[in-house]
Ligand binder design. Sequence first.
Ligand code: MN
Length: 282
Amino acid sequence: MKIALFNNNQIGIVQDDVVIDIGDIISWDKNCPQESLEHFMKNFDALKKEIEEHIPYGSTYSLSEVKLRAPIPKPSKIVAAPINYLLHRKEMNEQFQTSPSTVDKLGFFLKSPSSIIGPGETVELPFRDRRTDHEAEIAFVVGKKAKDVPSHEAHNYIFGYLALMDITVRGKEDRPWRKSFDTFTPIGPWIVTGDEVENPNQLDMNLWVGDELRQSTNTENLIYDCYKFFEAVTSVMTLYPGDIVTTGTPEGVGPITEGDTVRIHIDRIGEFSVNVQYKAGV
Ligand code: MN
């Protein structure tokens, strides 16, 4: 299923070019979308049949006429992989002389949850004199509390997948500073449940700035794939329902500037775009 938040924090299932409101049958509270979403994910297996039966009778909206919202509005944390594609590691070493990371111990960092925005919203650049880049990433949302989960069990804890842009100011500051400005984590277009994605480690992913294709890869090129990265993260910290984990970006990162439209597409997940402008006053 494709689970979207739209308009005034309504929840719906996306099918083809429509979204069907399911708020009535899952005790959804529009005023607390994150808490409602976590409750929904915990109870999803029990609710699934009822949702499917409801779909022919639910209020239906044309996808082109709704305002999609960030599908996970306020996670307790966003855990992000650093350099996790070989060719991206090469370009970072060449352009920024980053210290080579060791492949056998991939670390991670945290992005601020307050940096999240949804499809169609605007990335606000905080500096005119600093390079700020797009990074296309496949991310997933945690469905069950998880600690010390081996990779072969990770799929039982991952609720679904989404596309994520890890917007980044280049420079020497620590990653959380460079990646946590408000608006620096566009996510969307919705959550696709794991059963519908099948294999998240074999999906084409592309990102365009305007009409220019900047990043193009398949997630089979991940150094730590989604499941292995899940194991690495949960060996350190507990993940809670609603947390977002993002797996890192492939080669082709590049600067964005005012007036740009940035679009990400991942097979089986979908696509969305955001606009770019300077933050007011800079
Ligand atoms: Mn990244």
